[in-house]
Ligand binder design. Structure first.
Ligand SMILES: Cc1cc2nc3c(=O)[nH]c(=O)nc-3n(C[C@H](O)[C@H](O)[C@H](O)COP(=O)(O)O)c2cc1C
Length: 327
């Protein structure tokens, strides 16, 4: 159920970006009792946490914590869903790597997520990506065994559909520089499934699908034929409940295209039901983000249910191992 790779484990249920740039939680949500309960469940079950995306340099996106005029670019949308045009606001890799190092010191299993800014040009973006890996190495040391590349943000300057050659070049360059590093590629519904196979050929070890769905690509029923409330920001990306049918269909097909590569399936998980469906479709792990905010009680149920299942698997494994030594 979980992913065992390069001597490390990724839990069967993972948290995707919902715990902020450090992986320890978002400052703006600290007051929420539900959020604190989710944090406790994550810690108790030692879940893998993917940090929120970092760019190499400090980046001002649309959302700014201390500017209330920008708060509207993250909103509720549909049933248990959200729409956002956050736009990658962050302090840059050096600061984020230090925050992640502190989280790891406190016992959190955090994997950094990096966003290569191909809009500055492929060569420069890849150079920055390599420098970012050096920063992570410096601060995380032995704990820097994996990185997730975000090739799929719908709220950035880059056009995700056109960034595929850049992404492949980036993966190959990082593979050359750091052959032991586990590379996880986070892709989008706009990417053809074959792109995942090409990423694997270039050096990706795990594929994570999918990121938020651009509002314009949401199925008509979920869009309710409405203009996006975030049209000013280019439409924004939809997550949580409304995207499950499309995210599931994409992942089902993806399983057929890359039958042997571990896949973290996600998009639209709002409780144990969707987690179960993704595992039935061949997921090696399942990710959650929006549910942490929109339906935290159901999110905790999913975490507890699958952590218990994992513990049972491990126990059975131990019994079988012991039995193997009995004549
Ligand atoms: C407010 C918000 C901010 C997000 N920021 C990032 C990000 O920085 N990097 C990233 O790779 N994904 C980001 N995501 C995408 C989520 O990690 C997740 O892949 C997506 O929302 C689909 O999963 P869900 O339906 O469980 O939310 C963000 C999602 C939301 C709602």
């Amino acid at each position: 159920m979980s992913i065992k790779i390069k001597g490390h484990t990724i839990s069967n249920v993972v948290l995707s970006t919902a715990m902020g740039h450090s992986g320890r939680g978002m400052r703006e949500l600290f007051w929420s009792r539900d959020y604190q309960n989710v944090k406790k469940a994550i810690k108790r079950n030692k879940l893998t946490i993917f940090a929120k995306s970092s760019t190499y340099r400090k980046h001002k996106g649309n959302f700014r914590l201390f500017n209330p005029f920008t708060w509207g670019c993250i909103r509720r949308f549909g049933y248990n869903g959200m729409i956002n045009a956050y736009g990658l606001t962050n302090d840059g890799t050096k600061v984020n790597a230090q925050k992640i190092a502190r989280a790891i010191e406190k016992g959190d299993n955090v994997i950094p997520n990096f966003y290569p800014q191909f809009a500055i040009g492929r060569r420069d973006a890849i150079e920055e990506a390599i420098y970012a890996m050096i920063e992570y190495d410096a601060y995380l040391r032995n704990y820097f065994w994996a990185v997730e590349f975000n090739f799929s943000c719908p709220n950035a300057e880059e056009r995700i559909q056109e960034n595929m050659q850049d992404a492949l070049a980036c993966v190959s360059a990082v593979r050359r520089e750091k052959p032991q590093l586990c590379q996880i590629a986070k892709i989008s519904i706009v990417h053809p499934h074959e792109f995942a196979q090409r990423l694997v050929d270039a050096g990706v070890d795990i594929v994570h699908a999918i990121n938020t769905i651009p509002h314009g690509l949401l199925s008509k029923g979920e869009r309710e034929n409405r203009k996006s409330p975030l049209w000013k920001y280019g439409g924004g990306g939809v997550s949580g409940g409304p995207i499950f049918p499309q995210a599931f269909a994409y992942n089902e097909e993806l399983r057929k295209v890359i039958p042997k590569t571990p896949i973290i399936m996600g998009g639209g998980v709002t409780g144990p039901t969707q987690v179960r469906k993704y595992f039935a479709a061949g997921a090696n792990a399942v990710s959650m983000c929006t549910a942490i905010r929109t339906c935290p009680v159901e999110a905790i149920n999913a975490i507890n249910e699958y952590a218990a299942e994992e513990a049972a698997y491990e126990q059975i494994g131990e019994i079988i191992n012991k039995a193997a030594f009995i004549d």
